[in-house]
Design a protein around this ligand. Structure first.
Ligand SMILES: [Fe+2]
Ligand SMILES: [Fe+2]
Length: 285
């Protein structure tokens, strides 16, 4: 599928094109300086299912937005802030946006999401270790980093099958097999979806460069965080198993001043929190 067809398909895909109304509304409200926490909370509260999920998620051990249990949306907005609330809404609704995959792809889809959840939890943990100001933004970036694979699974199943075969036959990384078959990778596809969804430049940039942080001009820190979390998630085989482990970019570690002594506890925490996060975000139906 060439790049123009891909972009047109992404724009047309009804399943992909609708982010929850609440998210779009929140994004609009945030841009308006007159918006108060109460207004934002009332918009979210109209969606009861989302409200319940959001409250449980904000208080869950893996998201750990606050030391206190968050019991109301107004309280959540007040302590999280507008942007973090928006990210939480996106994280809580992402999994419901994609469906109708080919039957024999269900396991692959699950493994991509499980890996993405690992990368989300890992990104958040690294952000906390290096005291990066937006751990919840890192969580959503981790969730989204491989979203291009989900899009490929949905709109080009035939090509994705060839990609998987090529990785298993030749021991290639998915991105290298994609490059051979499609001429672009899931980071590119993810970037297009991010643009279509009007996500923040920081999110789009981090998705685009998670395999090659050295190519990112802007947003070096979030790109490096998600890159390292991705490698850690592969190393621990959380989600996608038997896949080739991408090479860790040393410059990213230097940039974040990630010390060797931090790696062991980060990996331990990631392994522990991943299970809870998967059970919560992507339960077996
Ligand atoms: Fe990736
Ligand atoms: Fe990944």
């Amino acid at each position: 599928m060439d790049k123009d067809t891909l972009w047109n398909k992404i724009k047309k895909m009804s399943e992909l094109s609708t982010l929850p109304e609440v998210y779009t509304k929140i994004a609009e409200l945030i841009d308006d300086p007159r918006t108060s926490a109460a207004t934002l909370a009332s918009v979210i509260s109209r969606d009861q299912v989302l409200t319940a999920k959001l409250l449980r998620m904000a208080s869950s051990p893996f998201y750990r937005a606050s030391a206190e249990k968050i019991t109301s949306i107004t309280f959540a907005v007040a302590i999280l802030g507008f942007n973090a609330t928006k990210n939480l809404v996106l994280s809580a609704s992402l999994f419901d946006l994609f469906h109708d995959f080919e039957k024999d792809f269900q396991a692959v889809v699950r493994s991509v999401w499980e890996h993405s959840i690992a990368c989300a939890v890992g990104s958040k943990i690294i952000a906390q270790y290096i005291r990066y100001k937006q751990p919840e933004e890192m969580f959503v970036i981790g969730l989204l980093h491989d979203i291009g694979k989900i899009v490929e699974l949905q709109i080009m199943p035939k090509e994705f099958r060839e990609i998987i075969n090529l990785t298993s036959d030749n021991g290639l990384l998915i991105k290298d097999a994609e490059e051979q078959i499609l001429g672009y990778t899931h980071s590119y596809v993810g970037k297009l979806l991010g643009k279509h969804w009007n996500l923040s430049p920081q999110i789009i940039n981090s998705v685009e460069f998670h395999h090659s942080p050295e190519e990112a001009n802007e947003f070096q820190i979030p790109v490096s965080i998600v890159h390292i979390a991705d490698v850690f998630s592969h190393t621990l085989e959380l989600g996608e198993v038997n896949s080739k482990i991408p090479i860790l970019n040393n410059k990213s570690c230097e940039l974040l001043e990630l010390k060797v002594s931090m790696i062991e506890p980060i990996l331990r925490e990631l392994k522990r929190e991943w299970k809870d996060a998967v059970a919560f975000l992507f339960p077996v139906k």
